[in-house]
Ligand binder design. Structure first.
Ligand SMILES: NC(=O)c1ccc[n+]([C@@H]2O[C@H](COP(=O)([O-])OP(=O)(O)OC[C@H]3O[C@@H](n4cnc5c(N)ncnc54)[C@H](OP(=O)(O)O)[C@@H]3O)[C@@H](O)[C@H]2O)c1
Length: 330
């Protein structure tokens, strides 16, 4: 597993990390022992980055990670959490006092004195552009509540605004074969500034596993049932904002472009991780087999000819089926 610099922190993180939204909520039930097994399988395959948030299962994802790491004092894992979604989404709520309260809760959940990395959790644009936000985050670093901070964003414009700030460690953004716009400006700007990029929703919420059909159903408490039109949060977080039927067709065409035996999920993850400027791709996994399969995509990442061939298919499918709808939106 390649390890890559986490911005200017001096830490390295694995090119393929683990997203742990599934271990909290919003994707149907995941038993705690199964959640711990997903973490274990990932670490066994060289994963050294867990992405979580204070709202995933209202702290459950953080708490499970905290228990997992407490039993492994020399774990070498970086935990990136998020804050900001426990209140109304207005810039006025992004205050130093709230930052202190939220990070105190996450420190307790994770069982640490200092958080490795905290990301603002897709805040309103005016919180991303306000000087005060970064002054307050710098203060949290001074107070050793956090070691570093970043911003998770919805749009490329927001990403560029965050990258321009001198002490931002990482930007987290949706990047996958159905979401190519960050390749235009965001990844080059991040590389130039020494800002790490975490690529989230890399499997387009599972569409890029290639195993869904028109009749696939999702649990009522799974966001793929209730957020397809953005009813609960940004529409782009569910299936990457791609219309389900179009996504099925695009996934089928990409799968047909692959050599026999190569899973579309692994190809997609390797392709994302191979984009210049991408630091870590953070797929979510609901089972040990998904977690292991995702980490094993690191092997494909070493195969430059395979990546070049798949890149050609990605660009072609995106241009024909997705660009006109997706490119202007995020
Ligand atoms: N605003 C934010 O900052 C934000 C928003 C979204 C996500 N995130 C982070 O990004 C992470 C990743 O995004 P995501 O979880 O939303 O979407 P994702 O990684 O694109 O998709 C995850 C889903 O893909 C399927 N899957 C995973 N591995 C697979 C494999 N090897 N083979 C077949 N199917 C596989 C599973 O679907 P099934 O459930 O159908 O098995 C899984 O639930 C999250 O866990 C979270 O940490 C952050």
């Amino acid at each position: 597993m390649q390890q890559r610099a986490l911005g200017r922190t001096g830490r390295d993180v694995s090119a393929i990390g683990l997203g742990t939204w599934q271990l909290g909520a919003d994707w149907g039930a995941v038993d705690e022992n199964d959640a711990l097994a997903v973490l274990e399988a990932s670490v066994a395959h060289g994963v050294t980055l867990f992405d979580t948030a204070d709202v995933y299962g209202d702290g459950r994802s953080e708490s499970i990670i905290g228990r997992f790491l407490a039993a492994r004092p020399d774990h070498g894992i970086t935990v990136a959490t998020k804050m900001g979604r426990r209140v109304d989404q207005v810039a006025e709520n992004y205050t130093l006092e709230n930052f202190r309260t939220w990070t105190a809760r996450s420190r307790k959940n994770l069982g640490v004195d200092t958080l490795d990395l905290v990301q603002l959790h897709c805040p309103p644009t005016d919180a991303i552009t306000a000087n005060r936000t970064y002054d307050d985050l710098d203060r949290l670093v001074d107070e050793q509540a956090i070691a570093a901070y970043g911003v998770s964003v919805e749009t490329c414009e927001q990403a560029l605004a965050a990258i321009a700030r001198p002490n931002v460690t990482n930007v987290q953004i949706i990047l996958n074969p159905f979401r190519l716009k960050p390749l235009d400006e965001v990844l080059p700007a991040a590389a130039e500034a020494g800002v790490a990029i975490f690529a989230r929703v890399p499997l387009a919420s599972g569409l890029l596993s290639g195993r869904y059909t028109r009749t696939t159903s999702f649990a009522a408490d799974d966001h793929r049932s209730y957020n397809r039109q953005g009813e609960a949060f940004d529409r782009g977080e569910t299936f990457s904002g791609v219309d389900y039927e179009t996504g099925l067709r695009a996934a089928r065409e990409l799968a047909e472009a692959l050599p026999d035996g190569v899973p579309l999920a692994a190809a997609s993850l390797a392709w994302v991780a191979s984009r210049p400027g991408a630091t870590s791709v953070i797929p979510g996994a609901r089972s040990t087999s998904q977690a292991s399969g995702n980490a094993e995509a690191a092997v494909l990442l070493e195969d430059a000819a395979f990546i070049a061939d798949f890149d050609a298919a990605v660009q072609d499918v995106y241009d024909r089926l997705l660009r006109a709808d997706i490119h202007p939106q995020w």
